[in-house]
Design a protein. Structure first.
Length: 605
């Protein structure tokens, strides 16, 4: 058999060439050549000009980084070199034959031409690259990119008059008050007007007499849209930026003016000024279109779901304020927390409500009655705004989930010490708790204690692992999918329960094993990689799989909205191009592999 025919025969069994039309495959085959390497021989070194795209026909290849550390050990049908070719043509790693091997080499021009002319082919080779930054704007700007990095500051003992002069000289509308770089207060032009001029205050007094103590702050890693949310919700125009307890910057309304006017900003503005639940419901009715716009902007899936969840958080806080305005202030401290997808900041176009209320132990029976009435008001309001009641009654309006802190501590102790089926289900939801409003001191010790207790109890963790493996990726035989067999969604994939949920479950188990306080699934996997709970290779593969599955789910929902349909989680594989179907199945295989690894570790334990 001629060499070209042998190469084509091999390509027909190798992804992504196995789904190419015959004419395209023949063209590509002409661009391949064959090379052999002996064990230990360098195929290319870091910084070398790459000869083309490398495809292993037989043998194995070790890839190492600039420091000589092994990044991966590649086998038959694996590619390498594509990242350098798509970047600048230079190798950023070193490739060495780990055994005698035969390599098929696709010349650079043929490879680049196919990437440029075939979107599906390009998507395959781009899938492992860093996620591109989405369109610039307030939505994706970080606070560190918006803030003034050398904020004007003074000490508590600085006189009011000296502080005013500093403002004038620096041409700023606010000054941070610090002590050894630690933020202790904030003074604004409004303070000078309302507290000094209007009251005829002595300007020789220290600035500490007029400053706002413990002002609201943000971290440098917060998103620019968080600035808008905080400013609108709290009616403020200046936000100090703090990292590690130290002042590192200042963001003002002036800094974000050029970004103002986005659809999200308008929704937040309208929600913050809504005077009734009906007005709020009119705003949240725009969420499907908002989802479509976000997906259409090619934002990363975790950014899209974060933005969608932000709206739910604001609605919740607005409803709590409405309730307190009507019922009077809370008699004792409390914490409203979200769980489920809202807790993880992973809401999509299809979300019910999952929430609970943690009340200070000092509460009396009368106080408990107040909070149950408050919870009913908020849950009813959320339902009116499109966040439908939880089918499992996991809501603060349910008596079981509106309890003093001591009862919550008892819940977690019981779930961990006696992990029956119900305990596993409840713990799976409640380990995704995230504070939305109220006193966080009621939550943080509870979270730490629960994580510590779970990590120490190997039986509980084993049960949680077992529970997490109940949701499996929809893999069928012969590179196919296991679709739903009957009913309305026959021949469809459930992209929630068989798509993202298996990954959510993996992330939760990693968090329990490593006592990781983060709640978001992607953040949990990243933290698990960093802490060594999962291998760097396995973890990054899982992240790539998660990105692909979650993105496919969101794109499906956005397409439904665009077609005037109500979004759901049921995707027909036949609606996807062949390459995307193949990639999606590859992603499911990775998830199944990581589930198997987790199951094996539980057996060893």
């Amino acid at each position: 058999m001629p060499d070209t025919a042998k190469i084509m025969e091999f390509l027909q069994t190798t992804h992504p060439y196995d789904v190419l039309p015959k004419a395209d495959l023949e063209d590509l085959t002409d661009g391949f050549s064959r090379k052999t390497y002996h064990e230990g021989e360098v195929i290319y070194a870091n910084g070398d000009l790459l000869e083309g795209l490398y495809l292993i026909k037989s043998g194995s290849v070790e890839i190492t980084d600039a420091n000589g550390a092994q990044m991966s050990l590649l086998q038959k049908s694996n590619h390498f070199g594509e990242r350098g070719l798509l970047r600048d043509g230079l190798a950023a790693t070193t490739a060495r034959a780990a055994s005698d091997c035969t390599i098929l080499l696709l010349d650079p021009e043929t490879f680049k031409n196919k990437v440029a002319t075939n979107p599906e082919f390009a998507r395959y080779f781009n899938r492992g690259r860093a996620r591109p930054k989405a369109a610039s704007g307030l939505m994706t700007q970080h606070v560190s990119d918006l803030m003034a990095t050398a904020p004007v500051a003074c000490q508590e003992t600085t006189t009011i008059s000296d502080c005013a002069r500093l403002m004038r000289i620096a041409k700023v509308s606010s000054i941070a008050v610090t002590e050894d770089q630690r933020l202790v207060g904030l003074v604004t032009v409004r303070d000078m007007t309302n507290k000094v001029l209007a009251e005829g205050r002595d300007t020789a007094l220290p600035v500490s007499t007029i400053m706002a103590r413990e002002p609201i702050t943000l971290a440098p890693g917060a998103l620019g849209s968080d600035v808008i949310h905080v400013m609108l919700e709290n009616h403020i125009g200046h936000l100090p930026v703090v990292e590690g307890g130290k002042l590192v910057g200042m963001v003002t309304q002036t800094d974000i003016t050029r970004f103002f006017g986005s659809s999200q900003t308008q929704m937040v503005f309208d929600l913050s000024n809504a005077q009734s639940i009906a007005e709020m419901a009119a705003v949240t009715a725009r969420l499907p279109d908002f989802l479509m716009q976000l997906v259409g902007s090619h934002l990363a899936h975790d950014v899209v779901t974060r933005k969608i969840t932000d709206i739910a958080d604001i609605v919740t806080r607005r409803l709590l304020k409405m309730a307190e305005d009507d019922m009077g202030p809370a008699p004792v401290p409390y914490l409203w927390a979200a769980c489920g997808s809202q807790g993880r900041r992973e809401q999509t176009g299809v979300s019910d409500q999952d929430n609970c209320l943690i009340i200070d132990n000092a509460a009396t029976d009368a106080d408990i009655a107040y909070f149950r009435k408050l919870a009913r008001f908020v849950c009813d309001g959320l339902d009116a705004c499109g966040y439908v009641y939880c089918p499992g009654d996991m809501m603060a309006m349910t008596e079981r989930w509106c309890q003093p802190l001591s009862v919550w501590e008892g819940y977690f102790n019981k779930w961990i010490s006696a992990p029956d089926n119900e305990a596993q289900m409840l713990a799976s939801v409640m380990y995704d708790l995230r504070p939305i409003a109220g006193d966080e001191s009621l939550f943080l010790p509870l979270q730490k204690t629960a994580l510590d207790a779970a990590a120490r109890n190997s039986i509980f963790v084993a049960h949680m692992i077992s529970n997490s493996l109940k949701h499996t990726p929809p893999l069928g035989l012969l590179r196919g999918f296991a679709t739903i067999k009957s009913g309305e969604y026959r021949n469809h994939l459930d992209m929630k329960h068989n798509g993202v949920v298996p990954i959510v479950d993996l992330g939760r188990v990693y968090a329990l094993q490593g006592k990781l306080p983060v709640v978001n699934t992607r953040a949990r996997i990243e933290a698990a990689i960093e802490s060594g709970l999962v291998s760097d290779t396995g973890g990054k593969d899982l992240l790539a799989a998660y990105d692909m599955i979650a993105t496919a789910r969101l794109e499906h929902q956005a397409e439904q909205v665009r077609a005037g349909q109500k979004p759901d989680n049921f995707l027909s594989p036949s609606a996807l191009p062949a390459f995307e179907r193949s990639h999606l199945r590859d992603a499911f295989v990775i998830v199944r592999t990581m589930q198997s690894a987790l199951g094996s570790s539980a057996v060893r334990t």
